[in-house]
Design a protein around this ligand. Structure first.
Ligand code: PBG
Length: 331
């Protein structure tokens, strides 16, 4: 318009001071968004640090109460449990997964008793228990689907019986959610929730995790016949649609930051609670850069977590959960 001072609209006005920035913020991270994955080890030894995840430890049952205490105080709503199974308990069929006295079940019973207010998420896949490191059983060189699903269903029932509140199948077999839901309902476990790793990609970013649970050296080959190709998006929507139809209560996209586009599409398409798993390699990248003095640790950490909210997440599984919750409490 003639006579008008340029520019007409000043978007920077809403960024002028902190008060205004807070007023117009569209998304906010809260402690309610955080799920903390923890690694559990056998024996009463001291916690062992995961080599590519500085600050992340495998903790024995004797140290678990102390390890989780702060997370509970900070009001983090949920823990995701991952066992580092000793090599002598692993075999080709992953039978230790079905043992009611396995590390995971003992930890679940203990945590449920110590911290009853915290929800426990149980990862369902055979990789912590197989000597080949795959999530299912192998027949003629192929990770078979239907037979694996039957074993995984038993694994899930075993976890639910030990007090796991949220069953999280991460195996990427077809049809697992339906079989799981039916089996759990058959046992009266109608309140046990299912958070499916619905869109889980065959990713290089899981490297440090495999070291953490002791399947790194063990893994033969890759997981490309069951985990998704990072090139695909439409396929992720089909995976999610299938899991919801089969009875998933919540769905997950994994890894996190490189896959924000998938999170957004899933949220827009289905409107269900979507979770992101900010995986071990993402943690490692932030820690490595920060420890080299190349990134401001806390700022990078909080920004990454906020971006998951913006992308449409209801929550994030993150190894930074406790550190982030501390900062949120201070604010
Ligand atoms: C097991 C499982 C994996 C992760 C979570 N559950 C590894 C894999 O699929 O090989 C990775 C988590 C992380 O990297 O932090 N199926």
């Amino acid at each position: 318009m003639l006579g008008q001072k340029f520019p007409l609209t000043r978007l920077r006005r809403n960024r002028f001071d902190d008060a205004t920035r807070r007023m117009v913020a569209e998304h906010k991270l809260s402690v309610d968004d955080l799920i903390w994955p923890i690694f559990i080890r056998e024996g009463d030894g001291a916690p062992t640090e995961v080599s590519a995840m500085p600050g992340v430890f495998r903790v024995g049952l004797n140290g678990l109460a102390k390890h989780v205490e702060e997370a509970a105080k900070l009001n983090i709503p949920a823990l995701a449990l991952f066992p580092a199974t000793p090599a002598d308990l692993k075999n080709a069929e992953g039978t230790e997964a079905l043992n009611p006295e396995n590390l995971m079940c003992r930890a679940a019973r203990f945590l449920k008793k110590e911290f009853p207010q915290m929800a426990l998420v149980g990862d369902v896949a055979l990789d912590p228990y197989t000597d080949h490191g795959h999530d299912g059983v192998i027949r003629d060189g192929y990770v078979v689907n239907d037979e694996s699903v039957e074993i995984l269903t038993k694994q899930a029932l075993n976890q639910a019986a030990a007090g796991i509140d949220i069953i999280a199948p991460s195996d990427m077999m077809d049809g697992r959610i339906a079989m799981l839901r039916e089996a759990m309902d058959g046992q009266g476990l109608i309140h046990t929730r299912i958070m499916s790793y619905a869109a889980k990609y065959a990713s290089a970013f899981y490297g440090p995790f495999r070291d953490a649970i002791g399947s790194l050296g063990a893994l033969k080959g890759d997981k490309k016949t069951y985990q998704m190709n990072p090139a695909n998006t439409d396929e992720a929507l089909r995976e999610v649609a299938m899991d919801i139809a089969e009875g998933a209560d919540m769905v997950m996209v994994k890894p996190g930051l490189p896959y924000l586009d998938i999170i957004r599409r899933v949220k827009d398409e289905f409107g269900v609670p979507v979770f992101a798993y900010q995986v071990s390699g993402e943690y490692a990248m932030i820690e490595a850069a920060a420890r080299n003095g190349w990134l401001d640790h806390d700022k990078a950490m909080m920004e990454a977590l906020l971006c998951f909210k913006r992308a449409g997440c209801s929550g994030i599984l993150t190894y930074h959960a406790v550190q982030a919750a501390r900062i949120l409490e201070e604010e």
